[in-house]
Ligand binder design. Structure first.
Ligand code: ADP
Ligand code: MG
Length: 238
């Protein structure tokens, strides 16, 4: 049984079907990619998985338990963490404090702060811990969001275009980080336009178009799939 499963999910906005019976699974210890043209429904599927949007039909299963009616807070307490396509940082807080907003600070404040510093070290951002978040270029600001998500030691980590704004070196470092997070047993879900990163880091890739899964398989299979190539025609690839 996969750690996470979204089953036959349909979401409509007015008369428009943003998701139309989309299903996907994510396994512990693996990086699962979700690709597709703009407007395909990738972010909407993440909203449904993490509890920010109730699907019209379909279900979300975590560990085989139906969590479809649970809110995002409850899912987070069960180990689901997510970053957003639009940056969600507190610009006037330091980088470290932007991580710490992920946890309730009680008597464990010191422990949490230590953990934040460990995560920042892992991100190669130790030297930026006390900088204001609004001083960071986009690529690094996104890594602060990833750090915040890592602070809760997620079992399921949903990343929505985390590598946007990164240069090649940052992306390479990030790929290694994703592998190591997966190696710890986390199910990583990655929405990303950088095909180099997706093909390099994912174990399994789902292709979404018009709210429907067009193809699914290991990267080497997806790269050659005719339907996938057709869906991407006209989409400029970086
Ligand atoms: P992707 O992340 O793959 O680019 P989205 O999930 O953001 O796609 O959007 C899927 C479709 O749903 C698009 O047609 C988009 O315009 C529409 N959509 C997304 N969010 C909303 C919303 N809050 N209200 C209305 N339409 C939306
Ligand atoms: Mg999106």
């Amino acid at each position: 049984m996969p750690l996470l499963r979204a089953e036959e999910v349909t979401v409509t906005f007015g008369g428009h079907r943003a998701l139309d019976g989309a299903s996907m699974s994510a396994e512990a210890g693996r990086v699962t990619g979700l690709i597709g043209p703009n407007g395909a429904g990738k972010s909407t599927l993440f909203d449904v998985i993490c509890g920010l949007r109730r699907p019209r039909t379909g279900r979300v299963l975590l560990d085989g338990h139906d969590v479809t009616t649970q809110g995002p807070g409850r899912r987070a307490r069960h180990g689901m963490a997510r970053t957003f396509q639009q940056l969600e940082l507190f610009g006037r807080l330091s980088v470290r404090d932007n991580l710490l907003v992920a946890v309730e600070l009680g008597p464990d404040r010191l422990q949490a702060a230590r953990r934040a510093d460990t995560v920042l070290e892992r991100l190669g951002m130790t030297h930026l811990a006390d900088h204001g978040a609004d001083e960071l270029p986009t690529g690094l600001a996104r890594m602060v969001e990833v750090g915040r998500a890592l602070l809760i030691r997620p079992r399921v980590l949903l990343l929505d275009e985390p590598a946007a704004g990164q240069d090649a070196e940052e992306t390479e470092r990030f790929a290694a980080l994703l592998r190591s997070v997966a190696d710890e047993g986390t199910a990583v879900l990655l929405v990303e336009h950088d095909m180099g990163l997706v093909m390099n880091v994912c174990d399994e890739v789902y292709v979404l178009d018009l709210g429907t899964v067009l193809a699914q398989g290991p990267p080497e299979h997806i790269r050659q799939d005719e339907t996938v190539l057709a869906a991407y025609l006209g989409e400029p690839q970086p």
